[in-house]
Ligand binder design. Structure first.
Ligand code: MSP
Length: 656
């Protein structure tokens, strides 16, 4: 229990819709940080969750014809699944509809009221429901929401409400901000808060609403619902048991070390939130970091922009580690940056397949060739060794320094500099020449240093790409040696046990290229296409299987195969795999449901000719009639490509 603690939080997401890659960005960053701190020995608490109340969610549920609870329940299941897919190692997931949260928020509200921070009055002003924000007449931008990314219509609100006396704490907050330069990061956001909001003077904040029901009622005045931002911000302490029977977590972990948020919610987190905390007599978070946005074609992302930003599809195509790497590496944390699949594929090819992949593969291949796969004992030092060792020993503290400033991209770039150095070491030492010259002592040292460097890289990769290091341990033969995976094991160069047997395996990141349709295609490399081991046993099995699987021509003739032209394509609501298509079979129209949504965008399909099984028994999928089947080829690695004819033939043509 005497370990240093580290509490990190993400914003809690609105479950009004499925999340996109922009939301995943915040969470992946928080996860990398949490994992990094765990690696360096901290007792970490990592909190995420969902912000489920408010008018926005109530309306979305209504539009979907659902009860709000039922509506959010489904999306929350999806979100938790997404975090699992992205290897998000949260310690707690708070939902604002949970009893533990609601109870705490009600107690907190009562406390504010009893100590005179909250008073009842009448609110007259404007409300932006998409932003769940109150605005004064003066703040509006030509009558619309002044948030530059919103600019949607606002609604006039005139209702009896409770107000929080913000002005009472404004001076203290300003002082805190000035005295703690680390509190709001990056510094530009701090300046904005101070000059745009604090200096002009804070107005009291309306903290209850009466015109809708979906929220936490004010306990002593049930007609009032607690303002969703007060409800939401409190999650960071209600999840630690604030005002509950057991608040030991609060004492252990509060104040938070880092609260990660996007830039558009900095105001809530650096003005309202600290003021609420001051009113509760709790210390303020040590750092609130407002990161930039991931943009799509220079504009803000939204779910309506389609598949390219669906994190599930991206993980399916590239793997969680490649997506995580891209998010953390591509854009300096804090700044806005553009998201594109092409850039992701480039990172994957250059950084992961080439730099990292080559270092591992070359090392393994040479160990195989020169030492039959057994790591030799170093025997003769030489020029170049010291540089490599020095860099390896300096790397952990360099990374730690950058991570403490949340500079994920710079930290990864340091790690990659080391990878580049190790690759250069191979080129300069030219182990193949040492082998040819019979210089076995020097060869042993070079190969040993390389495998030790690979180990060090894998240890430091863990926070960023949690799936890859175990694959590397496996191949360099230290999967069963957890002591060699730790931060402490980096304090010395030379921990790798000589005599270890390596086991070269699958290529970590096969190179990809983006096909004309925007779908990634695996590039053929010698390594990817390595034939299966050609043993007598496998040959016999294959022969046997072949005999059992042969069909007669009559069997084939029973299948009515046609060329069909896709007329329309649309997603099937509630699934991310299925598309509903209408097919032209030359005068006859068919409706089918096909499991290709993760491989093709609906808008890219109409007009394409595909091979089609026309005499399949109709079935209902998700309640939709499906009369036939499109044929597609799978590459065994998860990619699916529709089949078609080599030349133009009219729809309905028979395939024989
Ligand atoms: N529910 C509030 C937060 C309450 S915290 C007490 C909320 N939710 S949100 O779902 O709209 O956004 C959550 C986070 O996702 C925000 O930090 C936001 O900045 C981030 N992102 C949403 N789209 C994003 C990008 N395109 N790029 C980067 N981050 C983005 O606000």
């Amino acid at each position: 229990m005497d370990r240093k603690t580290f509490y990190i939080t993400t914003p809690i997401y609105y479950p009004s819709d499925r999340l996109h890659i922009g939301h995943s960005y915040t969470t992946v960053a928080a996860d990398a940080m949490a994992r990094f701190k765990r690696l360096t020995g901290y007792d970490v608490r990592f909190l995420t969750g969902t912000d489920e109340h408010g008018q926005k969610i109530e309306r979305r549920a209504q539009e979907a014809g659902r009860e709000p609870q039922q509506y959010v329940d489904e999306i929350v299941v999806w979100i938790k699944k997404l975090w699992e897919t992205l290897d998000i190692s949260y310690d707690d997931f708070i939902r604002t509809t949970e009893e533990r949260h609601k109870r705490s928020v009600q107690r907190l509200f009562t406390r504010f009221y009893e100590q005179g921070d909250i008073y009842k009055s009448k609110y007259e002003g404007w409300y932006c429901t998409p932003c769940e924000t109150f605005w004064t007449e003066r703040q509006l931008a030509e009558g619309t929401c002044p948030n530059p990314d919103c600019r949607r219509p606002v609604e006039l609100v005139a209702e009896e409400s409770y107000f929080f006396r913000m002005s009472k704490y404004a001076g203290r907050l300003l002082e805190h901000i000035e005295n703690n330069p680390d509190f709001i990061q990056p510094a530009s956001r701090k300046n904005e808060m101070v000059s745009n909001f604090l200096k002009p003077g804070l107005e009291d904040l309306c903290v209850s609403r009466t015109t809708f029901r979906w929220g936490i009622p004010v306990p002593f005045d049930e007609g009032h619902i607690i303002y969703v931002w007060l409800d939401a911000l409190s999650n960071y302490i209600t999840a630690l048991g604030f005002e509950s029977e057991d608040d030991s977590l609060l004492w252990r972990y509060w104040p938070a070390d880092v609260q990660l948020i996007g830039k558009e919610i900095v105001r809530f987190h650096t003005i309202y939130w600290p003021i609420f905390l001051m009113a509760l007599g709790l210390p303020l978070p040590k750092k609130v970091f407002g990161h930039g946005w991931l943009l799509l074609d220079e504009g803000k992302m939204s779910k309506s922009k389609g598949n390219v930003i669906d994190p599930v599809i991206l993980v399916d195509r590239y793997g969680a580690d490649a997506v995580r790497y891209f998010l953390l590496r591509e854009i300096p944390f804090g700044a806005d940056g553009n998201f594109s699949e092409e850039a992701l594929v480039q990172r994957l090819n250059f950084d992961l397949a080439n730099d990292l992949g080559n270092l591992l593969n070359r090392t393994l291949a040479m160990l195989g060739k020169f030492y039959s796969g057994e790591v030799p004992c170093p025997a003769a030092t030489g020029a170049g060794d010291e540089d490599l060792k020095k860099a390896a020993l300096e790397l952990p503290s360099r990374l730690e320094e950058l991570m403490d400033q949340l500079q994920f991209s710079a930290a990864l770039s340091e790690l990659w500099k080391f990878i580049a150095l190790a690759n250069k070491y191979i080129d300069e030492q030219a182990p193949w020449s040492l082998a040819r010259a019979g210089n076995r002592d020097r060869l042993a040292t070079v190969m040993y240093n390389l495998v030790e460097s690979v180990r060090i890289v894998a240890v430091l990769l863990q926070p960023f790409m949690p799936k890859t290091p175990p694959r590397i341990w496996e191949q360099i033969g230290i999967a069963g040696k957890p002591a060699l995976h730790t931060w402490e094991s980096l304090s010395q160069f030379g921990r790798f046990p000589a005599g270890t047997k390596i086991a070269a395996g699958e290529v970590l990141f096969p190179r990809l290229e983006l096909g004309a349709d925007g779908v990634p295609v695996r590039q053929a490399t010698k390594k990817d296409n390595r034939p299966l081991p050609d043993t007598e046993e496998t040959k016999r099995k294959e022969e046997k299987n072949k005999a059992a699987e042969l069909i007669a021509i009559e069997d084939f003739a029973r299948v009515d195969l046609r060329v069909a032209r896709i007329k329309t394509a649309a997603p099937v609501p509630g699934t991310d795999k299925l598309l509903k298509l209408t097919m032209d079979l030359g005068g006859e129209e068919r409706q089918v449901v096909a499991g290709i949504a993760q491989h093709y965008r609906p808008e890219d399909l109409p007009g394409r000719d595909v091979l089609f099984v026309a005499n399949l028994k109709p079935v209902k999928l998700r309640g939709i009639l499906s009369e036939g089947m499109l044929l597609a080829a799978g590459d065994g690695a998860g990619r699916l490509v529709l089949t078609t004819t080599a030349g133009e033939v009219p729809p309905g043509s028979k395939v024989k």
